[in-house]
Design a protein around this ligand. Structure first.
Ligand code: ADP
Ligand code: ZN
Length: 615
């Protein structure tokens, strides 16, 4: 019932693989019989015994090669003997009408010896490759001898039915990806203008938020072929296999250019190199190096291959992957906020029968922290419950039961948070935001959200309105105040504080410390206290200030403390004065989860700050 994209039917792997295994088994059995027949059931007789048997008319036929003979008695038994090919032998055989066959010396044996020697090995190898491809899952079964072949799934343009309209929300990501679509559709235009050709785009975000879906939609929009593979498919026991898979994948991709290569879980290959005991993992490094080499090696002559990669851990990736010409664009695919959740529900509800009384907006509000995949699952579960009850259509109660089942069943690996936690996060972010708006020396406010991303619960963004090469003392002080805004709001409203402030405090302290030690912005005067103590080459062993005394160190601490305290008090009084605005902003944020600058200005009835250029 859900609009999942259908995997295309690749040649089915099961039967093929089984046939090949059966074939080898049959060969094995035949081999055993043959081996037995030549070794066990053959009776060896001496030359004189053979002559005797011939004379007694007991031998029916004989094959002679050099000094070796094999033959059949009248009763069907087989014998072998070493013979002296002589007139005595031939005459005797001819006299008794034995059927004689003579092989030229030393032929035939080579092949059979080789076969004898290597058959078990071939058998083992075949078996092993078979196991390998089975174990790796995904579509490898048909190609038993393809260890080094990529395991990518291939979708031709007419197999892809997803486009951007099937991806709800994630507006920013879609905007960014439109450029890629344009390029794939019309590379000439870009080349003519000398524009830089995009090569790699990294989609980052928690699982289930539509990274794969987006990548596929790019291929769908541009109607170009789509290769999909997971980073973990490259990782194998054999050194060199991963690298050769990468090579194979890109060879195929180039043949199909322009096209999209999608690498899911790129962190499986792309983790930072050379960490871990024993100098790291050779195989993975080779694979990564090959991937880098392939990306560097694209030429635009044969049309373009664009690599989209997905990860939940952009922070662990090898820096080399993120250099220009590789994955130099990062697009975040965040958890959906309340409006997005409603849209996603709407997309997936198309396939099921909803009661008219169901309010998807309300369901969206009740599912904070749900990913796109969670929401799809929610609709699935609700539909299952409804059909179990043989209901006419899916009702609100089915959604509620489904949600409880998902939450309590612990099926969700994402963050769950309670109303109280969500409200505290809203006040925390509102605190940052409000101080940012109230202080004149801050960067223009951009947007605020309490949708969790990565390990943080919410974010309040401001964007510098020009490239800042230097900052004034009042700008730095204002930043410290804004950093403390989250903590201040929590304490003011709930008389409580959360651990969510640790990152804020770290930032505030580091700004304050720099003001004192590097910028001469304290009563300690215009002295640089950093170089000697922290300079990577000069001062490592002079820790704790051989260049400045213990006493100076204490004075630095005092000045840092003083800056923090002043900022704290300033922020506190601002929030107390504007308590009603804080409440309004926080409660609206609680409701809507994401607010853009314009919405906040309107809500609080303040005019946007003038900026140096457009924003
Ligand atoms: P990821 O690759 O980020 O782990 P997927 O793209 O595999 O996530 O998403 C899993 C499923 O969740 C998709 O197939 C889709 O049905 C649903 N989904 C996720 N995000 C969205 C979205 N923004 N709009 C519609 N469906 C979504
Ligand atoms: Zn904060």
């Amino acid at each position: 019932m859900n609009k999942k994209f259908k995997r295309p039917n690749l040649p089915s792997k099961g039967p093929n693989a089984v046939w090949v295994l059966l074939f080898f088994l049959a060969l094995g059995v035949a081999y055993l019989f043959w081996y037995n027949s030549i070794n066990r059931e053959v009776e060896h007789v001496s030359y004189s015994k053979l002559l005797e048997q011939v004379d007694q008319n007991k031998v029916k036929s004989i094959v002679v090669q050099d000094h070796a003979a094999q033959g059949k008695y009248q009763d069907g038994r087989i014998f072998s003997a070493n013979v002296q090919p002589s007139d005595r032998l031939w005459n005797s055989l001819l006299d008794h009408k034995v059927d004689i066959e003579i092989f030229p010396p030393e032929k035939q044996s080579w092949g059979s010896y080789l076969f004898l020697a290597f058959f078990p090995l071939i058998f083992l190898l075949a078996f092993f490759y078979f196991r390998q491809n089975q174990g790796g899952g995904n579509g490898g079964g048909g190609r038993i001898f393809s260890v080094g072949k990529s395991k990518a799934k291939f979708f031709s343009p007419n197999q892809i039915t997803v486009t951007f309209k099937d991806v709800a929300g994630v507006q920013d990501a879609k905007e960014d990806l439109k450029e890629i679509v344009d390029f794939l559709k019309n590379p000439k235009k870009f080349e003519r203008l000398g524009a830089k050709i995009p090569r790699g785009v990294l989609l980052s975000g928690a699982p289930g938020n539509g990274k794969t879906l987006l990548a596929k939609a790019v291929a769908g929009e541009a109607s170009c072929p789509f290769f999909s593979i997971s980073g973990s498919d490259f990782v194998e026991v054999f050194v060199g296999v991963g690298a050769s898979r990468v090579r194979d994948l890109f060879t195929q991709a180039r043949r199909n250019a322009p096209c999209i290569v999608f690498i899911d879980e790129i962190d499986a290959v792309g983790r930072q190199r050379g960490i871990g005991l024993g100098g790291g993992n050779d195989e993975r490094e080779q694979t990564l190096n090959q991937l880098l080499a392939e990306m560097d090696g694209f030429s635009t002559e044969h049309g373009s291959v664009i690599v989209l990669a997905a990860t939940n851990r952009p922070d662990v990736l090898d820096k080399a992957l993120l250099r220009p010409g590789r994955f130099d664009r990062q697009i975040e695919v965040p958890y959906p906020d309340v409006a997005c959740r409603e849209e996603i529900l709407r997309v997936h509800a198309r396939a099921v029968k909803l009661s008219t009384s169901v309010d998807l907006g309300k369901i969206a509000r009740g599912t904070p922290g749900f990913s796109g995949a969670d929401l799809e699952n929610l609709i699935n579960e609700a539909a299952l419950l409804a059909s179990k009850e043989e209901a006419e259509s899916i009702e609100t109660k089915h959604f509620e039961a489904a949600r409880d089942k998902i939450l309590i069943g612990g099926e969700r690996k994402t963050l769950t948070f309670t109303e109280t936690e969500k409200r505290m996060t809203a006040y925390h972010e509102a605190g940052h935001t409000l101080l940012n708006l109230l202080l004149p020396a801050t960067d223009p406010f951009h947007k605020v959200t309490i949708v969790p991303r990565g390990r943080t619960l919410g974010v309040s963004w401001s964007l510098p309105d020009r490239d800042k090469t230097s900052q004034t003392k009042s700008e730095l002080t204002a930043r410290v105040v804004v950093c403390l805004g989250g903590l201040l709001a929590e304490k003011l409203v709930f008389n409580e504080q959360t651990t969510g402030v640790s990152n804020d405090l770290e930032k505030a302290s580091s700004i304050a410390r720099n003001m004192v030690k590097s910028f001469g912005m304290s009563p300690l005067g215009p002295i640089d206290y950093v170089t000697a103590a922290e300079h990577p080459y000069l001062g490592r062993d002079m820790q704790n200030g051989k260049e400045f005394s213990q006493k100076t160190a204490e004075r630095i601490d005092t000045e840092v403390e003083k800056i923090i305290n002043d900022c704290y008090n300033h922020g506190q009084s601002l929030l107390v004065e504007n308590r009603d605005r804080l409440n309004l902003l926080a409660e609206t944020l609680f409701e809507k989860e994401t607010l853009h600058a314009a919405e906040v200005y309107e809500l609080l009835n303040i005019s946007p700050r003038e900026t140096h250029n457009m924003h």
